[in-house]
Design a protein around this ligand. Structure first.
Ligand SMILES: NC(=O)C1=CN([C@@H]2O[C@H](COP(=O)(O)OP(=O)(O)OC[C@H]3O[C@@H](n4cnc5c(N)ncnc54)[C@H](OP(=O)(O)O)[C@@H]3O)[C@@H](O)[C@H]2O)C=CC1
Ligand SMILES: Nc1nc(=O)c2c([nH]1)NC[C@@H]1CN(c3ccc(C(=O)N[C@@H](CCC(=O)O)C(=O)O)cc3)C=[N+]21
Ligand SMILES: [Mg+2]
Length: 291
């Protein structure tokens, strides 16, 4: 039996279309939601994400403001930019691309972002809102991943969910969303013993580790929903054009023979992250105007 391949690319296109539709409604009232993306330094992978985000923001009818700062930018300069964006009425959402160069305290930058413009959902105010079940801005990657889970397994109540990874941007908020839906949630990490055995219990398995193809086919419970958040660039000697290819944290070819449903990389969670960023920007734009 081969798993259902969850088409994140198509799902994301549908979500972006719904966002664009809603944005057209706001345009009739003279409102154009705006997203500011701040990129510090020259990380080539980050530059690709920033470009994709900008293009899709404009496609959805929103305004895109890009700020590229040199890697030598000081903490004070970055804080000053965040304060300017907080005060700018044209800006509804602020995303500061992570990781930041060494010497900049990312947590201090995150805390400087106005919570109502924090479309990444990383500010402690939004983290606390998620943890306590209050409405707020939810981190884009876990939000997108949970939508993909919903699309194949709308009721996860009582199921065993295992999230590998405990970062603030993916693992922890992913676990919160699954807990909110009454899954029985285990968070695994680099100190977890017998990781393969822990994973074999999972009806829902989310991998957010950053280790290429770490999760093997025999770690997966037959019929499980497998969500691969990992984005890993690995050498690809076969390729004639590029020298690398993208793989997830799951050994896809093995896993798809065991899982009930699985997200591919690319074309799974990644496109959902950007679509959810646009959805969060729309939500922030409405909330800031009391709509
Ligand atoms: N698709 C998308 O939109 C996005 C994809 N990503 C990708 O998702 C992956 C994870 O990202 P992120 O959460 O930021 O990464 P982090 O590096 O912040 O966190 C990785 C987590 O994996 C755990 N881990 C590391 N090695 C092991 C191991 N051998 N066994 C078990 N757990 C391990 C770490 O444990 P410990 O805490 O103990 O160190 C940590 O909790 C990356 O590949 C990233 O590129 C990230 C964001 C968005
Ligand atoms: N403040 C902040 N917020 C983030 O949300 C954030 C961040 N910093 N830093 C980096 C990570 C990573 N991330 C991705 C977004 C889209 C794809 C994506 O669209 N991936 C495509 C492929 C892209 C490609 O081909 O390179 C896919 O999986 O199909 C991947 C990764 C957001 N992140
Ligand atoms: Mg993906």
């Amino acid at each position: 039996m081969s798993a259902t391949i969850i088409d994140g690319k198509a799902f994301a296109a549908g979500l972006r279309a719904r966002v664009a539709e809603d944005v057209r409604g706001l345009a009739e009232r003279g409102i154009a939601p705006g997203l500011a993306v701040v990129l510090v330094g020259e990380d080539p992978a980050s530059q690709v994400y920033v470009r994709n985000k900008a293009a899709q923001t404009v496609e959805a009818g929103m305004r895109s403001f890009q700020h590229r700062l040199p890697a030598t930018t000081s903490q004070a300069e970055l804080l000053a930019l965040v304060h300017t964006l907080n005060a700018d009425d044209a800006v509804d959402g602020i995303l500061v691309q992570l990781p930041l160069p060494a010497g900049i305290d990312a947590q201090a930058i995150i805390e400087a972002i106005a919570p109502e413009k924090d479309v990444d959902g990383f500010h402690p105010a939004n983290v606390g809102r998620l943890a306590t079940g209050m409405p707020g801005l939810v981190p884009c990657t876990p939000l997108g991943a949970s939508m993909l889970i919903d699309s194949v397994r709308p009721d996860v109540a009582g199921l065993e969910a295992v999230v590998i990874g405990r970062s603030n941007i993916v693992g922890k908020p992913m676990a919160q969303l699954l807990l909110q839906r009454s899954a029985t949630v285990t968070i695994a990490h680099s100190r977890t013993r017998d990781l393969a055995d822990v994973c074999r219990r999972a009806d829902i398995l989310v991998a957010a580790v950053g280790r290429p193809e770490m999760v093997r086919g025999d770690w997966i419970k037959p019929g499980a929903v497998v969500v691969d958040v990992g984005i890993n660039r690995v050498p690809n000697p076969q390729a004639e054009d590029g020298k690398t290819r993208l793989v997830g944290d799951v050994a896809f070819d093995e896993a798809k023979e065991v899982a009930g449903a699985i997200t591919p990389v690319p074309g799974g969670v990644g496109p959902m992250t950007i679509a959810c960023l646009l959805a969060n920007t729309l939500q922030a734009a409405k909330a800031r105007r009391g709509l």
